[in-house]
Design a protein around this ligand. Structure first.
Ligand code: ADP
Length: 492
């Protein structure tokens, strides 16, 4: 059984030994935007929604609780929950990873020269995205939070911690290494909470969960919740779970999840590669006594560009229509679309950048703009992957893909063309949930080795590059000229 606790919905999927989803349930929960740039979730609603979808998934197919071998949890990362150790009541709403309320505080830390230290110890760039500044905000702003934390009455956790604490009725206060590595308080070299960082962020260590391997039986869900004492055998952040679920086990293997944004992760094995290109170094997972690391880069605007074509510009009626329109013309007719709606991510990292559509002539039509928009998703992903190859000194030889926009055939073909490597698309739709279930299955002894998981991937469809090197170079250099003008405009 996998709990897939995402940013907008809770899902539960129950898989069989062959990796097929035998039952699933999903429910959205409320998003709260109390001020511009702030995003919150109600931790109690998340817990109740997650429990309710788990019960529904069992009920739908009459699956008896004692037939479930193990439970694995995958979750939205970085989102910060603090609760009262005695009553289990959250101190305030969870501060979601997207929330920018600590932007000013993070700028101050950068100005004070902490960037190199933070990067060296955590692999991360100082940014409101990660948990540390969110915890600091709660301690400073929620009445009594600091005194309660200092007297040991308050606990902190990311969503995995919170769910495990609720499932075990407070018996386990833990987080796995992959989630810990996103807090900005965890030393990814020494695999422990970093006391110097706790000092910088003014966070007492008694609020922190114990850090456990990703694949590990850390406790049992109370029988009252799911009808039997289920072993909780895995916890892993969502992007790492997708890397695992797509079987990116060898160092150098990479995946891209094409959703609202794109998340690109490359397994770098047991070594930590420090990026010179604004990528993050992070823990992929720890299982079977071995810690593996990953490089991560994100593209802020990907599927959201397609949404904008539909809802903002109104040139398509549905997301899939972007594919037929793009395929109706032989190329983008010199049009480049740089969708820097919320700045540009790795490797450029320019928060002030804004988007442009360039190369317009009278012969440009909506199909060219739509095509250029889809091409931009592939160009941005390729930029991240090139930076990863450079930083890890590891050539990628294929890219595994998942996510909603990976349904777009034109996008995948163009991605293969621009990268010059094959794209592998698994017929398994739920790789994130499957990753958590598979990790739990391994830790609970249901699967004997990772090798068994390859068979669960199903038929991999492979899309090969169909253009030559010189055409690739000319397209990529056109794209980089367009990005260059966006960056130049942002600097002015
Ligand atoms: P998330 O988990 O980030 O919400 P999903 O993986 O569900 O994202 O993917 C949804 C995104 O993919 C949306 O932004 C949507 O516009 C885009 N999308 C869905 N189908 C297609 C398609 N056929 N072509 C292009 N984009 C698509």
């Amino acid at each position: 059984m996998a709990f897939d606790q995402g940013t907008t919905s809770c899902r539960c999927i129950i898989f069989d030994r062959g990796g097929d989803a035998v039952s699933a349930a999903q429910q959205e929960f409320s998003q709260s935007f109390p001020r511009a740039g702030w995003v919150e979730h109600d931790p109690m609603e998340i817990w109740e929604t997650q429990l309710s979808v788990a019960r529904e998934a069992m009920r739908k197919r009459s699956i008896p609780p004692d037939s479930i071998a193990a439970l694995g949890i995958t979750n939205q990362r970085e989102t910060t929950v603090m609760w009262d150790r005695d009553t289990g009541e959250p101190l305030c709403n969870a501060i979601v990873w997207q929330c920018r309320r600590t932007a000013e505080y993070c700028e101050k830390l950068k100005d004070s020269g902490y960037e190199a230290m933070v990067k060296d110890r955590t692999g991360l760039l100082i940014d409101p995205y990660f948990s540390a500044s969110k915890i600091h905000w709660i301690l400073e702003n929620v009445p009594n939070a600091r005194s309660m934390a200092e007297s040991g009455k308050t606990l902190f956790g990311t969503i995995d911690s919170w769910l495990i604490w609720k499932l075990t009725k407070g018996r386990a206060h833990v987080t796995d290494v992959s989630n810990a590595s996103r807090t900005m308080l965890f030393n990814i070299r020494e695999l422990k909470w970093d006391s110097a960082l706790l000092d910088v962020f003014e966070i007492p260590d008694r609020i922190l969960p114990d850090v456990i391997p990703s694949g590990h039986v850390c406790g049992y869900a109370d029988a009252e919740h799911l009808g039997a004492e289920l072993p909780i055998a895995a916890a892993i952040g969502d992007q790492q779970a997708s890397l695992f679920g797509l079987c990116c086990f060898p160092a150098g293997s990479a995946k891209c999840t094409y959703g609202t944004g794109c998340f690109v992760l490359m397994n770098t094995g047991s070594k930590i590669d420090v990026s010179g290109s604004n990528l993050l170094s992070t823990i992929a997972w720890r299982t079977g006594g071995r810690t593996e690391y990953a490089l991560e880069g994100s593209v802020f605007s990907a599927g959201s560009v397609v949404q904008w074509l539909r809802d903002g510009l109104g040139v398509i009626g549905s997301s899939p229509e972007s594919e037929s329109l793009a395929l109706s013309v032989p190329d983008a007719n010199g049009v480049y679309f740089v969708p820097a709606f919320t700045g540009l991510g790795a490797p450029w990292w320019e928060p002030r950048a804004t988007g442009t559509i360039s190369g317009l002539t009278r012969s440009a039509g909506r199909e060219h703009i739509v095509r250029a928009a889809l091409e931009s998703i592939a160009f941005q992903t390729a930029d991240v992957l090139r930076a990863m190859s450079k930083d890890s000194k590891c050539e990628i030889d294929s890219l595994r893909v998942d996510g909603g926009a990976a349904e777009n055939r034109f996008l995948l073909q163009f991605q293969a063309d621009i990268l010059g490597v094959p794209i592998e698309k698994s017929s398994r739709l739920e790789s994130t949930a499957f990753g958590a279930a598979a990790m739990a299955g391994l830790a609970a002894g249901y699967f004997e080795s990772k090798d068994e998981l390859y068979a669960c991937l199903g038929e991999n469809e492979i899309i090969y590059p169909a253009i030559g090197e010189s055409e690739r170079e000319s397209r990529v250099s056109g794209w980089h000229r367009a990005v260059g003008s966006v960056l130049a405009a942002a600097e002015k």
